[in-house]
Design a protein around this ligand. Sequence first.
Ligand code: DOR
Ligand code: ZN
Length: 343
Amino acid sequence: MIEIPTPDDWHVHLRADEMLEAVVGYSARRFRYALVMPNLRPPITTTSAAIDYRDRIMGVAPRDTGFHPIMALYLTPEVSLDDLRRGADEGIVAGVKYYPAGATTNSDGGGSSLSDFRGLLEGMAEAGVRLLVHAEATDPSLDIFDREAAFLEHELAPLCAAVPELRVTVEHVSTRAGVEFVGAHPRTAATITPHHLARQRTDLLADGMRPDLFCKPVINSADDRDALIEAATGGVGPFCLGTDSAPHPTTAKYGPRAAAGIFNAAYGLEVVAEVFHQAGRLDRMGAFVSGNGCAAYGVETPETTLTLTREPVEVERDTQLETEAGDQVVLFGAEEAARWTIS
Ligand code: DOR
Ligand code: ZN
């Protein structure tokens, strides 16, 4: 049994409408702060849209939790520094998310290069607003498993050199190259997802192709996963939990082209606990799911805790949810959840 500070989720997709209603309770029962991604249609690009979205989230979130969404804006030419400053000063907006156009779900409004946003990024460095990066090159000639490393080398490294004061979160880091990049760049932090910690590409492809394990950046090799586990279980440092929980209806996951995204808000914490247990590092789970993110985002550590117990659970865990609109979503991690009780 271990007791950990109530975790924060520094990267989550809560969506809108019926999907939002169906998923928000899973995040609220586990997490205190949740940094909510802005890739809606249309994307969230202003503080007032972020406030409106936050109100919609709180309007359907369960009332008896300490759940608190923090918002991000989607980096497009529409984002203005004055508006961003207001959002940051008021404690609504914690960062601006850069999506390379075409890299992932709802990224068509994204950019073709970080260098196109240099003026805004310099202003963000001065204002102390973080850049959140989907670090994946979109060059079709590049192998899909090499795209994170390519983006870091050709896009993010030049930016870090040119604007060294800018604080950056490399989101859902998925490779050894990504871990090394964060280690070598002092102003960077990184989120790591439960699924990149607990699975590898052989799980995705070897025993029947698994759309439920398909996400961006794609789950990479066993060696990459090992580097992520070492980083996550390393104790105090720049690596923190961001679930990247991203629900898609089964109709979108199991069609001719699987949508990228894994819904793990339900059991992501159990998955992380199992990874830390297997690594013999449960004592460091609190740093990964709480302390490191609090330090990176400058928020206070929580006063509340969760207790995790590893024992077989008798009830069978749900493997799907259903929205009011009749969509089904597969829950990631039911297997790990059958070994843990969290209270
Ligand atoms: O797999 C992913 N799904 N990666 C992302 O970056 C976006 C997310 C989504 O919104 O579905
Ligand atoms: Zn995401």
